[in-house]
Write a protein that binds this ligand. Structure first.
Ligand code: FAD
Length: 518
C-alpha cells in the first residue's frame, strides 16, 4: 500500500513548509509504506479558469525540479494529464485504488469548482475505505479563523487586518511553524514495479494549448536558489534606480541613493512603477514555491532567537491583503465579491448603450495591446504582455482606465489579466479588479476615478517605465511623456488618446450614480 499527497498548482514546494505533504509523510512513515506525490494536469480546467500559458509553463518547470528533488529522497512524483475535467475525481480515486492507498492528502483550494471536485473525491475515497485529509495551507491565517464579532467573514479590509494581526501574534508558533520536512522513504520503493513506473514517467514539457516560446520561458526562473535570492534582495538590499532592471529582477544594475533596504523604504516607494522597489515574489507566492508563512517569518529578524511578534509593517499588510481576498472567496463564494461576477452589479457597465459596438470592441483591443494613446496605460499593458507581470499601481491604473474611462465590464479585464499573468490568482485578481471597478467588498468609492496623466507623473516620475515599454516615446522628456500633444504623438507615430479623460470621467460619474442613465 501507500500514502498519496496530491500536489496542486498553488503548492509547488517539496520539502519545507507544506502542511498536507508533511501530514502525508508522517502517515506514510508511521504505516511504513511509500509516499507518492500525484499531480493532475487538466487543460480543460486551465481553459475554463483562464490560466495563462506563463503560469502553466512555470508550474511545469517547478514540477520538473520537484520531481528531481523528491526522487533523491526516494519519493516518486507522478503526473496524470486528464483532458476531461469532470472525470478527474474518478481518475484520482482509481489511482488511489491502484496503489492500494491508505489515504490521500492535499492542501485546500478555495475556488468553487475545486471545492466541488474535492468534495466528490472525499466521498468516493471514503466510500472505498481510503482516508481523505485536506489541510489549510495557502494563507498565513486560515480562512474562517478571522471573523467579526458576529462570527461572519469580514467584508472590510482594515478591521480584518487588525484582527488578522492580533490572531497571528496571539499564537505565533501555530501560524508560523515551519512544517517538518517529509521523511525520506526507503530505497526499496524503486524495485517495486508499481512504484518504479511512477519514477519513470517524466513531467511533460508543455500542455497542449498552453505552450510558451523559449524567449518567454526565460523571464521568470523557477529555482529555489533564484527565489531565495529574490527574497534576500528585497529584505536586505537597496532598490535600483530604474524599472529597467525590474525586467530581470536579478540583473546587475545601478543602486540608487536610498540608504535603506527595499523593505525599509517599501511604504514610501511601493507605488513607483519606474523603480524596482517591491518584492517581485508574487509568481512564487501564487505557485506556492514559497509559502506566505515563510514571507512573514522572513521579516522577523530574530525568529531564531525566539522572537514572537509580527510587526504589521506595510509589506506584511500586503500579505494580509492576499489572505483577505482568499477569505472573501471562501466566505462569500456567491456573496458580495463574486455575486457581482454573475449578477447585475453597479460596475457592470454597458457602453454599447451609447457607443457603437465596433467602437467598444476596438477600444478593448487597443487597451489589450497598449495602443490607447495614454502612455502609462500603454506601458502597463505592454509590460503585462511582454512580462506576464505588472507593478501593482500600474495594474490599478490600467484596470481603472478600462472600467471607468472606457466603461467596459470589469470581467473582461479580469479575464484578460488572468490569461496573461504569471501570478494569476482568482482571489487576488478578482479582488483587485473589483476594487478598481467599485464593486464587490471594500472597493474604492465609485467617484474615485484616476486621472491617468496625474497617476502617470506620480507612478513614473522619471519616465523610465514608459520609455522602456513604449519605444515610440523614448526620445520624449518632461510632462509631454505623460500626456503627449497631438503633434508630438503624430510625429513619433504614437496613437492619439482614444477618449478624452474629462468627458469619460463625467460619463462614468453619471453611469455609476444611475446605471440606467444613457
Ligand atoms: P509586493 O508589493 O512585494 O507584495 C508582496 C505580496 O503581497 C505579493 O507578492 C502578493 O502576494 C501580496 N499582495 C500585494 N499586494 C496585493 C494586493 N493588492 N492584493 C492581494 N495580494 C497582494 N496579485 C496576485 O498575486 N495575482 C493576481 O492575479 C493579481 N491580480 C491583480 C489585479 C489587479 C487589477 C490589481 C490591482 C492587483 C492584482 N494583484 C494580484 C495584486 C498585486 O498587484 C500583486 O500581488 C503585486 O503587484 C505583486 O508584486 P510583488 O510581488 O512585487 O508585490
Amino acid at each position: 500500500s501507500s500514502v498519496v499527497f496530491w500536489m496542486r498548482m498553488g503548492d509547488l514546494r517539496s520539502f519545507a513548509d507544506n502542511r498536507a505533504l508533511s501530514l502525508a509523510s508522517a502517515h506514510a512513515k508511521k504505516a511504513d509504506v511509500p509516499l507518492v506525490v500525484l499531480f493532475v494536469l487538466s487543460p480543460q480546467d486551465y481553459k475554463a479558469h483562464d490560466r495563462s500559458p506563463r503560469r502553466i509553463d512555470f508550474t511545469l518547470r517547478n514540477l520538473a525540479l520537484i520531481k528531481m528533488s523528491l526522487e533523491e529522497k526516494h519519493i516518486p512524483l507522478h503526473t496524470i494529464t486528464e483532458p476531461t475535467r469532470r472525470v478527474i475525481p474518478q481518475k484520482v480515486v482509481s489511482f488511489l485504488e491502484h496503489l492500494d492507498a491508505l489515504a490521500i492528502y492535499a492542501n485546500i483550494e478555495y475556488e468553487v469548482d475545486e471545492l466541488r471536485r474535492d468534495t466528490q473525491i472525499c466521498k468516493a475515497a471514503q466510500a472505498k475505505g481510503i482516508g481523505a485529509v485536506f489541510a489549510h495551507d495557502k494563507c498565513v491565517v486560515e480562512p474562517g479563523a478571522v471573523l467579526t464579532k458576529e462570527s461572519k467573514t469580514y467584508a472590510v479590509y482594515t478591521p480584518y487586518q487588525k484582527s488578522w494581526l492580533k490572531i497571528l501574534n496571539s499564537n505565533i508558533p501555530h501560524f508560523l511553524e515551519n512544517c517538518p520536512e517529509p521523511h525520506p522513504n526507503s530505497e526499496l520503493v524503486h524495485t517495486m514495479p508499481k512504484f518504479k513506473v511512477l519514477f519513470d514517467t517524466p513531467v511533460p514539457e508543455s500542455v497542449l494549448g498552453f505552450e510558451l516560446d523559449a524567449a518567454d520561458r526565460r523571464k521568470m526562473e523557477e529555482s529555489q536558489v533564484t527565489l531565495s535570492k529574490i527574497l534576500q534582495r528585497f529584505l536586505h538590499t537597496k532598490s535600483r534606480s530604474s524599472q529597467l532592471s525590474a525586467v530581470d529582477p536579478l540583473a546587475a544594475g545601478a543602486v540608487d541613493s536610498a540608504k535603506q533596504s527595499r523593505i525599509a523604504v517599501y511604504d514610501a516607494e511601493r507605488d513607483r512603477a519606474d523603480k524596482d522597489t517591491t518584492s517581485r515574489l508574487s509568481p512564487y507566492l501564487a505557485a506556492g514555491v514559497i509559502s506566505a508563512r515563510s514571507c512573514v517569518r522572513a521579516t522577523m529578524p530574530d525568529t531564531q532567537n525566539g522572537a514572537k511578534r509580527v510587526d504589521g509593517g506595510r509589506w506584511i499588510q500586503e500579505i494580509a491583503w492576499r489572505d483577505f481576498y482568499v477569505c472573501i472567496l471562501a466566505g462569500y463564494p456567491r456573496g458580495p465579491a463574486l455575486e457581482d461576477a454573475y449578477g447585475e452589479g453597479q460596475g457592470r457597465s454597458n457602453p454599447k448603450a451609447e457607443l457603437p459596438l465596433a467602437t467598444v470592441e476596438s477600444n478593448i483591443e487597443k487597451w489589450k495591446t497598449g495602443q490607447t494613446g495614454f502612455p502609462i496605460v500603454d506601458a502597463g499593458m505592454r509590460c503585462l504582455n511582454e512580462m506576464g507581470y505588472l507593478h501593482n499601481r500600474a495594474r490599478m491604473i490600467c484596470a481603472m482606465f478600462l472600467v471607468k474611462d472606457l466603461m467596459v465590464d470589469w470581467r473582461i479585464g479580469e479575464k484578460h489579466f488572468m490569461e496573461k499573468l504569471i501570478d494569476g490568482d482568482l482571489a487576488s485578481n478578482n479582488g483587485g479588479w473589483q476594487w478598481c471597478a467599485s464593486t464587490g467588498v471594500d472597493s474604492c468609492p465609485y467617484f474615485r476615478i484616476f486621472n491617468p496623466h496625474n497617476q502617470s507623473s506620480k507612478a513614473d516620475p522619471t519616465g523610465d517605465f514608459i520609455r522602456h515599454f513604449v519605444p515610440e516615446l523614448r526620445s520624449v522628456r518632461g510632462p509631454d511623456l505623460h500626456n503627449p500633444s497631438a503633434s508630438v504623438a503624430d510625429k513619433l507615430g504614437y496613437p492619439r488618446p482614444i477618449v478624452k479623460h474629462e468627458e469619460s470621467r463625467a460619463r462614468a460619474m453619471r453611469r455609476f450614480k444611475d446605471p440606467g442613465s444613457p
